[in-house]
Design a binder for this molecule. Structure first.
Ligand code: PLP
Length: 398
């Protein structure tokens, strides 16, 4: 049986070119970049080369990149680091209801420490309204943290407008770009971003490595203490295999974006169109066009998402419900609920996220097997039976 991976927003396979360079820095070139001898200098050079590779993709300066253990740590450093540094200026932070838990939970932690939090609602597509943001800004607002692309429904936020407003008001703007990096252009100047988060394992790099872009002139309080690495903002001996792997992954993503973006968009739209045409009582979650090229998120009414995932898995198709971090729980997705989707429909939602290994033939196969699976699960659903009975005698066909 063929295996089709449609969960690239959870994680991606490490590219061979990335694995190759990582191996080199685990074996032959194992030096510590803080050492003065040739082994150390070799590592230091690779560290700075990776920093330049990351900076180039997001149009930043190399010295504005700080390596972290991943997206979660970068989000925490951006939010808590800003709050601790600028607490004298104000204690109000603005975020949105659809952020990743790495952002939401960091903000909630600050709330417990005495900071004030405004969580903006979103529209039916999961997008923040600029008017809501304008109204939420106060004299003591020190940070706006709103993601670039959503990990569950793929919707793209108006980050350039948000950044412009933040700049006008003298407020720092952080954006989590974990799900947009390498998929759509990410430009810190266009976005007016002061802080931006990225992660290696979503772009065919390794897990356990990420970065925070910190605009020149913005200062953060560190969250860990130790040596002088990463300008003391993030001390600890650098994860060299991870860092060179991230650098390579970012470089390749940048080179291929122009060709992969339209290909992914085509596959995404083929999958969405096919599902909506072949299966009744389905809704697309997220914005129809303002979404990353790799994201498909649909709710199948009268179907339990977890059962659908298991049935798909038996056919060799790997998809997910909710984000990777919450799919272990049966709570409905906070993102879908924030978009006004009811609990029952949210429970029937499935996310399929495309990647460079997917093909048109694979999408055809998914479209062949999905209608049968959905129908079989609906036939077993008491809710579906009830809805059909309610429709007996009326002209509406289910
Ligand atoms: C939007 C977003 N932010 C942050 C993270 C966390 O990144 P990491 O897994 O590198 O800690 C993820 C991972 O799912 C994500 O999707």
């Amino acid at each position: 049986m063929q295996r089709i991976y449609l969960d690239h927003s959870a994680t991606t396979p490490v590219r061979p070119e990335v694995a190759e360079i990582m191996m080199e820095y685990m074996t032959n070139k194992f030096g510590n970049p803080s050492s003065v001898h040739s082994f150390g200098r070799e590592a230091k050079e690779a560290l700075e080369n990776a920093r330049s590779q990351v900076a180039a993709l997001i149009k930043a300066q190399p010295e504005e990149i700080t390596f972290t253990s991943g997206g979660t740590e970068a989000d925490n450093l951006a939010i808590i680091g800003t709050a601790l540094k600028y607490a004298d200026k104000g204690k109000h932070i603005i975020t949105s209801a659809v952020e990743h838990h790495a952002v939401l939970h960091a903000c909630e932690h600050l709330e417990k420490m005495g900071f004030d939090l405004t969580v903006l609602p979103v529209d039916e597509y999961g997008i923040v309204r600029m008017d809501d943001l304008r109204q939420a800004i106060r004299d003591d607002t020190i940070l706006i943290t709103i993601m670039h692309a959503n990990n569950e429904v793929g919707s793209i936020q108006p980050v350039a407008e948000i950044g412009r407003l933040a700049k006008e008001k003298g407020i720092l703007f952080h954006t989590d770009a974990v799900q947009s990096l390498g998929k759509i252009p990410v430009d810190v100047e266009e976005m007016n971003a002061d802080l931006l988060t990225g992660s290696g394992h979503k772009i065919y790099g390794p897990k356990g490595i990420g970065f925070l872009y910190i605009r020149k002139g913005v200062h953060l309080s560190p969250l860990v203490f130790g040596g002088a690495q990463e300008k003391k903002i993030r001390p600890g001996t650098e994860n060299m295999p991870g860092i060179v792997g991230l650098g390579k992954a970012v470089e390749l993503a940048g080179q291929e974006m122009d060709s992969e973006m339209p290909r992914m968009t085509q596959l995404r739209d083929k999958l969405i169109k096919g599902i909506l045409e072949r299966i009744p009582d389905v809704r697309l979650n997220g914005h129809p066009t303002l979404r990353v090229p790799t994201n498909v998120n649909v709710s199948f009414e009268y179907v339990e998402g977890e059962s659908l995932l298991l049935s798909l898995d038996m056919k060799g198709i790997a998809a997910s419900s909710g984000s990777a971090c919450t799919s272990g729980s049966l709570d409905p997705s906070h993102v879908l609920l924030a978009m006004g989707i009811c609990k029952e429909v949210a429970h029937g939602s499935v996310r399929m996220t495309l990647g460079r290994d997917n093909t048109g033939e694979q999408i055809d196969y998914v479209l062949d097997v999905l209608p049968e699976i959905v129908q079989r699960l609906r036939d077993m659903s008491p809710l579906y039976q009830k809805s059909r009975k309610e429709c007996e005698g009326c002209t509406r066909t289910k």
